[in-house]
Design a binder for this molecule. Structure first.
Ligand code: HEC
Length: 124
């Protein structure tokens, strides 16, 4: 009886541990999901490491620091969001408008946009 009880308790603990692991795998933290999305959609044009050769778009190493300086009076989040959905609102000096797609505001889900912004906020 006691042994059965113990086995039951151990099984429950194992199941609980598996449940937690499965949950964290299916709901990734926004910044790491953003890193994954960035690799798919943005990394072809934007480097994220300092001293990387310039790509089609400006390197984004340190973008969080620039965003924190409240460009155009916007919060870091609002500015980064605008840079993604409306890249022609301000054009990065030294770069031409018309290269960065202007369709992200339509094509990205809000949670994907939030994840990308969360990731860029880690690029200090
Ligand atoms: C085809 C190339 C291309 C792709 C793909 C692209 N960008 Fe850009 N991006 C650019 C160019 C060129 C600029 C600079 C001109 C401008 O501001 O519009 C830019 C500007 C930016 C800026 C402003 C940088 C600054 O220093 O002011 C951010 C932030 C940015 N992109 C984020 C993204 C994100 C996030 C994605 C993916 C969802 C993405 N870009 C996809 C080419 C691209």
């Amino acid at each position: 009886m006691l042994l059965r009880c113990l086995i039951g308790i151990i099984l429950l603990l194992v199941l609980a541990a598996c449940g937690t692991a499965a949950q964290s795998a299916s709901t990734p933290e926004p910044a790491s999901e953003g890193r994954r999305l960035f690799g798919l959609w943005c990394g072809g044009c934007h480097a994220v490491t300092a001293n990387a050769p310039a790509g089609i778009g400006p390197g984004l190493a340190g973008i969080a620091t620039r965003a924190a300086a409240k460009p155009d009076g916007l919060s870091a989040t609002a500015w980064l969001r605008r840079e993604v959905v409306d890249p022609n609102a301000t054009v990065t000096p030294g770069y031409a408008p018309g290269f960065m797609p202007i369709t992200y505001g339509r094509d990205l889900r809000l949670d994907q946009l939030d994840a990308l912004v969360a990731y860029m906020l880690t690029l200090n």
